[in-house]
Ligand binder design. Structure first.
Ligand code: 5GP
Length: 377
């Protein structure tokens, strides 16, 4: 296998599974099938799902040592507009399977929508006596169906692959090895600092320059509530009752944002994590995705400036409660006791950077923050 990356249309793929490892996996699957069908009195059907499974079925067939018949089927699947689930368009079953035992040969099982619907159709509509599922590859993190997969060659993480029958827009099926999409890792920046440091003020410029999605947990909560989602309803109940929204709810929202927001190079977290427990949870959330915090961008001001800025902001926004000395002191205390320890946490991980934004105009400070980002890279 060449160690080089390949390009198919607009995407780059890097080497992933060597041809020999695919062959070894097919050897294993064939051994299991041969053991199960040894001495069978019927002639089981090997059903090749076109086009992706052609190389796999071809290799498997050469290893099967009982009398069997090869037939194939071409499917196109799509999600129905109603909640009826997957609709299968059968474009050809090359021979009848009525009363026969069938082994479906699939290249890859992802959600399992295709394979489960195909199995159901072969039994209910085509009258197969028994249907077993054999797949060269399985993405166990995505497969969520209760249907048993009888024979699995290799399990792989949830990534987009091509080669050995698998295509990207019909290209790549003829490649001997399997390649995986070469994606730049997502960036996860944490915009950090005491209240009034200007996180909200500078987030927009950073997000725009680096193609990041600015995620303010406060804004996310308001959006979930406005959209009436399950999470939003839970949050609203708590907020209406005067309680704090628990870490798990905030983290649920952040994970949803990571899952659903596309087309950006990364995220700029603002207002999260707020304490060490949340920082540890964030690490776990990112670890599950095979990713990690890129850097913490700290905006530093001293307590007196916090006091002045919050008071000033409260007057401008007409929030008299925020202007009270007691409230401001409370927020400063909470920052020092709960949030500030994060500096040590991220310094230990070699991910903490900060800039002094105590003096200077908004524009001057923005330049400083952008210069810091350049330094972080
Ligand atoms: P499922 O119905 O299990 O979600 O998807 C099965 C079909 O999706 C496969 O037969 C294959 O055509 C396509 N598929 C799923 N994952 C991949 C992948 O990583 N690469 C390619 N090329 N096709 C995939």
């Amino acid at each position: 296998m060449k160690d080089e990356k390949i390009k198919l249309l607009d995407k780059t793929f890097k080497p992933y599974i060597r041809h020999q490892r695919i062959m070894d996996a097919i050897d294993g699957v064939a051994r299991e099938i041969n053991a199960d069908f040894h001495g069978c009195q019927d002639i089981p059907v090997i059903l090749c799902v076109l086009n992706g499974s052609i190389p796999f079925t071809g290799e498997l067939l050469q290893r099967l040592d009982f009398p069997c018949q090869l037939i194939s089927i071409k499917l196109s699947s799509y999600q129905g507009t109603q909640s009826t689930g997957t609709v299968l368009n059968v474009m050809g079953l090359t021979s009848s399977v009525r009363g026969r035992r069938v082994i479906i040969c699939e290249d890859i099982v992802d959600t399992g929508n295709t394979i489960v619907a195909l199995k159901e159709m072969l039994i209910d509509k085509e009258g197969a006596a028994e249907v077993r599922i054999c797949t060269m590859l399985l993405k166990p993190d995505v497969y969520d169906k209760p249907v048993k997969l009888d024979y699995v060659g290799l399990e792989i993480p949830n990534a987009f692959i091509v080669g050995f029958g698998l295509d990207y827009n019909e290209l790549g099926r003829n490649i001997r090895d399997i390649y995986v999409l070469d994606e730049q890792p997502m960036k996860y920046y944490i915009l950090f600092g005491p209240p009034g440091a200007g996180k909200g003020t500078h987030a927009g410029a950073l997000a725009q320059k680096y193609n990041l999605k600015h995620i303010s947990t406060g804004e996310l909560l308001r959006a979930e509530i406005a959209a009436g989602t399950e999470l939003g309803k839970q949050a609203k109940t708590l907020i209406d009752a005067g309680s704090l929204v628990p870490d798990s709810v905030v983290e649920g929202m952040i994970e949803t944002a990571f899952d659903t927001i596309k087309g950006v190079d990364g995220f700029l977290l603002d207002g999260f994590p707020r304490n060490l427990a949340q920082a540890a949870d964030l690490d776990k959330i990112l670890e599950k995705r095979g990713e990690s915090v890129t850097a913490v961008v700290g905006l530093m001001i001293d307590d007196e400036t916090i006091r002045q800025r919050i008071k000033g902001r409260a007057i401008i926004e007409g929030r008299a409660d925020d202007a009270s000395d007691e409230t401001v002191s409370n927020r400063i205390r909470t920052y020092h006791s709960q949030t500030e320890p994060l500096i040590g946490y991220y310094k230990a991980a070699g991910k903490y950077w900060d800039v002094d934004v105590d003096a200077g105009t908004i524009e001057e400070n923005r330049e400083r923050v952008l210069a810091l980002m350049e330094k972080i890279g």
